[in-house]
Structures are given as C-alpha cells and as structure tokens.
Ligand binder design. Structure first.
Ligand code: ISL
Ligand code: CA
Length: 551
C-alpha cells in the first residue's frame, strides 16, 4: 500500500452495477440491493475499489431509474433504505466504496415537485421546471426533438403551457436557474454523502447550465458556475470521487470540469471515442466499422490533454453502450482473447478504469430476434422515428442488436443454471443464450478465463506507479491493426501492445528500441523483448516492464 497515495481513486478500479440486471434475491425477476450484497465477494475477488451504482431511487422506471420520483427513497423493487445502508457498510468491510448515480438534470414526472408544478402556475415548484407558451398555431414552442424520439415539449392542460423534457416525457428537465432547485439538490447530496457513500457519478451533467431560449443545451453558460457552487455546497472537504457524464466534452474543454484549480469534478466520462464510431446522420443505430488509427488518436489526445492536470476515466462500455467485446473485439471466434486484449490496452492507460458488469467475463451483445424482447425506452422511441423514415423492422432489429442499450442490460450470467443463476423467477429481460457456457462460474474456474486477466490488471494498477503516474506516448500511430504505446516513469518503461484483428499483424517499434524486461500481463506467449517489427497473434496483447532505461 502507498500511505501517501491520495486521492484513493487514482489507484482504484471502478465497477458499474446496473441493479435491475445484476442479481435477483427474491425471484421477482428484477435485480435488487440484497442481490448485490450477495455478490460482494465476487467484486472483492476481482479487486475493485468502488462500485458505480446506477440509480436505485424511487422511480416509475420509465427509463429504469434515470427518472427519479424521490431522491430520499429506494425503489421498492430494489429494496429499502436499510438495504442500501447495509450495502454501503458491507462493501466498506471489503474495501469497496459505493458511488451513487446522481440524476439531477431532470426528475421523474411523478416527482412531487413536478406534480405541484403541473397543478398551478402559482406553485413555487412551477418555476423548478422549464415552461413555455404554445406557438401561435398552438403547437410546441420550438421544434426541438427529444433524445428518445418525438418533440421535447409536452402540453399540460391544467397550466396551459408546455414543459421541456430532453429525454422522455416522463423526465422533465429541472430549471437549474432557480436557486431553490439548486439548494434542494445540494441538500439532498449532503444527506447521501452523510450516509457514507463514496461519491457521485453525475448523469448528463453538461446539460444543467442550458440556455434554452438560445437553443444551447450542452455546456451552457451556467454549467461551470453551477458545478463550482455544487462543489462549495456539497463536495468540498469530503474524501469522495466525482465523475460527470458529458457527451459534449472534448480534450479542449476537459480541464474546465476537472482542472485542479477549478474545484468542480474529479473526472469526466467523455464519449469522443464512442461517437467517432457512429454514423453522422443515423447515430448509434448505424455504427461504422472500427477505425483504429482514429480510435488511437482520440484516446491519445485525452492522455495528452490530462497528462499534468485533471484526470481521465477509462472505459469501453456501460449500460448505454453495446458490449465491448461485441463492438471492438470478436465475440464469436476470439471472444476470450479479444476481451483480454481490450482490457489490457484500456487499463494500462493513465486514468481510472471502469468495468461494466459482465465485462469481467467477456459478456456479449444480446442477439434478440423479436421486437417484443426489447425493453429500452430509447429503442422504442427510435423505432417510431426509423419506421417513419422507411427502415424495415428486420433492419431495425439488426441495428438495435449491434448498438442498442438493451445489449448491456441482459442479466448478469452467473452460472449455467436456469436464467443464468440471475433469478429463480422470470427475468425482466431475456438472458443471453450463451449463458450455458459463458458465465461467472465457468470463467472463474478457468485459469485462462477473462476474470483472471482483469484481476491481474486491477492488481497491477495498485502495484506499479508507472500505470497511475507515468507519461504516455503512442507509436506507429497509422498502423490500422495494432495499438502500441509506452508509459514512462523515471528509468522505467511499460510497453503495451494489442492486436485489434483476428489475423496475425505486426507493429513497427521505435528505432531506439527497448532492452529486456519483464512481462507483466499477456494473453499469448511470454514476451521479454520488443523487437521490430513485432509480430502478434490474432488479438494478442501484452505489456512488458523495462527498468534501467536511460534518457
Ligand atoms: O447514447 C445516447 C445518445 O444517443 C443516449 O442514450 C445517452 O445514454 C444519453 O444521452 C445520456 O445518458 C444518461 O442519461 C439518460 C439515461 O437514459 C442514460 O441511461 C444515462 O446514462 C437520461 O437520464
Ligand atoms: Ca428482486
């Protein structure tokens, strides 16, 4: 251990739990908090330092909890406030902190504030949301579309106005310009932090400073003043982790969120590498094949931008994205090798890595065949839009199977028992057929399993300061098949290489080369020297630590 190692999240690896799909303790088909507690030993064995827990608050579940009806209550299907406290305490015993999801760009339409806001224009809560009069023709005030399809404006007869909801109609946006909104949110955050949680992951936080009348939603003029106010009122002086989700942040604006003199957030989730793989017109539902040089360049730009200040978060998947091995690897012919290669390349960069549940065993996309199998509100919103654009149902299903959000939400595959050991009942969403052979029990029993590889990477991050502190330099950037970079710290070099293809491929190594070293992780043959050109087996990856390098 490094006693002077502050903050703790620089050496820790995170693990995201999507509670609905993690583990069901009572047979109702829905994952829950007692179910998570049952599996804490699995997470401890993996070695993670904290959990990012997707929302468990009271909610009508229009968007699986990203629509919160009461920030101070737990959804009954997930458990009770006592279960939540038990989770925090039981995790702490195992050295794991619980980071809660904070969804404050919007509430649920069933939140008491919104109910009051809809009842009368005179209610002070009316001002907590964005209301506009109808256009002269009675239609919505603008043609702004919602993320989940349809207009972003919704009529409420009782007050004779439209409200703004950027996601679904059940997720009205909070008006952060209202001081009482901010006070209420900060007070709520303090209550949660006082219960001993490890911090917050902040949902679509780049939207809270919006200037609706000028059509500015992301990174609006008030965003950073509000984050600084939040820091003063709720975060300052606490030993916690804060990570903001931002679909608009780029390397140019990153330090505005997480620069050390800013007093805002510790780090952000950026999606530059994700969006680069989408169709410019049809977005996520029409992904492009991976452009490795572009992918490398984007990740490298982030490494460089936050080399001296700020901090990166490192991830390939979450509950909104396809499974990493399906998107970037080969889930059929090279599932295990490609899952390990992707982990190696991501986890040995500078930043805090996040593992999405199931990634640690290389879980794959869903492969649904019928529309009735899908559950996601975004998928059904897209379906309407795409039907209108003439896309066939078969094409739509193919697209949703590649990039839809349900891919990440099929139940966690624990064993080869019925429903993958996730539930004794009927799961709320179908289990992937491959659970009979792809499950935690089987993978952990295999000395060459994916889990063991992740466990080694997580341990290495705690052991080697070069991973947390070292510089970053990529090589052979134009190589379309292989990712290679070197981390540097004092007289040490950590050379990391990964083949992103199912064929043999080679990479050019800088002329000065490196001497002999020690292989610290690999999914192929033992390697101690890095000769040029370096030839790799399909999806081979490894890292070699070299010491005593001068210059
Ligand atoms: O991928 C997306 C853009 O096409 C969206 O689905 C994206 O997930 C969304 O813009 C931001 O996500 C976050 O906020 C949403 C919630 O549905 C997501 O699960 C959450 O991660 C609204 O709260
Ligand atoms: Ca349950």
């Amino acid at each position: 251990m490094h006693p002077d190692d502050k903050p703790w999240w620089k050496r820790a690896t995170g693990y995201q739990i999507y509670p609905r799909s993690f583990n069901d303790s009572n047979g109702d088909g829905i994952g829950d908090l007692p179910g998570i507690i049952e599996k804490l030993d699995h997470l401890q064995a993996l070695g993670i330092g904290f959990v990012w827990l997707s929302p468990v608050y009271a909610s009508p579940m229009a968007d699986n909890g990203y629509d919160i009806a009461d920030y101070d209550a737990i959804a009954p299907e997930f458990g009770t406030m006592d279960d939540m406290q038990r989770l925090v305490d039981e995790a702490k015993v195992r050295g794991i902190r619980i980071v809660m999801d904070l969804v404050v760009n919007h509430t649920s339409s069933e939140h008491a504030w919104f109910q009051a806001a809809c009842a009368s224009r005179d209610a002070h809560e009316h001002e907590y949301y964005y209301w506009r009069d109808a256009a002269p023709d009675g239609g919505p005030p603008s043609d702004r579309r919602a993320v989940f399809g349809g207009s972003a404006w919704h009529w409420v007869e009782a007050v004779g106005r439209y409200y703004f909801a950027y996601f679904s109609s059940g997720q009205p946006d909070l008006n952060w310009q209202n001081r009482q909104v901010r006070r209420n949110v900060f007070a709520m955050m303090n209550r949660w932090l006082d219960r001993g949680i490890g911090g917050f992951r902040m949902d679509v936080i780049d939207l809270i400073g919006k200037d609706l009348d000028n059509g500015v939603l992301e990174q609006g003029p008030d965003l950073h003043p509000y984050l600084q106010e939040m820091h003063r009122e709720a975060l300052a002086g606490r030993d916690i982790l804060t990570v903001g989700e931002s679909w608009s942040v780029t390397p140019d604006t990153a330090l505005q969120y997480c620069g050390r003199e800013r007093y805002e957030l510790d780090m952000v989730f950026n999606f530059n590498h994700v969006v680069a793989g989408w169709d410019p017109e049809f977005g996520r539902f029409k992904p492009k094949p991976l452009d490795l040089p572009l992918f490398k360049r984007i990740l490298g730009e982030w490494q460089t931008a936050l080399a001296e200040d700020g901090w990166n978060s490192l991830f390939l998947s979450n509950h909104d994205l396809p499974r990493a091995v399906s998107r970037y690897g080969d889930p059929d012919r090279h599932r295990v090798a490609s899952a390990k290669m992707l982990a190696t390349v991501i986890h040995l960069m500078k930043g805090t890595p996040y593992i999405y549940q199931g990634e640690e065993i290389g879980m794959t996309n869903a492969n649904f065949t019928r529309l009735e199998q899908f559950r996601d509100v975004e998928t059904f919103g897209q379906l309407e839009d795409q039907r209108a654009a003439g896309v066939s149902e078969a094409d739509f299903i193919a697209g949703a199977n590649r990039t839809g959000r349900d891919n990440a939400r099929t139940p966690m595959q624990w064993s080869d028992e019925p429903s993958a050991g996730f539930t004794r009942g009927t799961p709320w969403i179908d289990v992937n057929d491959n659970a009979v052979h792809l499950n935690v029990e089987a993978d952990r029993a295999d000395p060459d399993g994916v889990f063991g590889h992740y466990r080694r990477l997580i341990a290495l991050r705690r052991q080697l300061p070069i991973i947390t502190e070292g510089g970053y330099r990529s090589f052979d950037d134009a190589n379309p098949c292989v990712f290679g970079y070197v981390r540097t710290l004092g007289d040490q070099r950590l050379v990391v290489v990964g083949n992103f293809t199912g064929e043999r491929a080679s990479i050019g190594v800088p002329a000065e080369g490196w001497g002999e070293g020690r292989c610290v992780i690999r999914n192929g043959p033992e390697r101690t020297t890095i000769d040029s050109p370096l030839s790799l087996a399909p999806y081979e990856s490894f890292a070699v630590l070299i010491t005593g390098v001068d210059g």
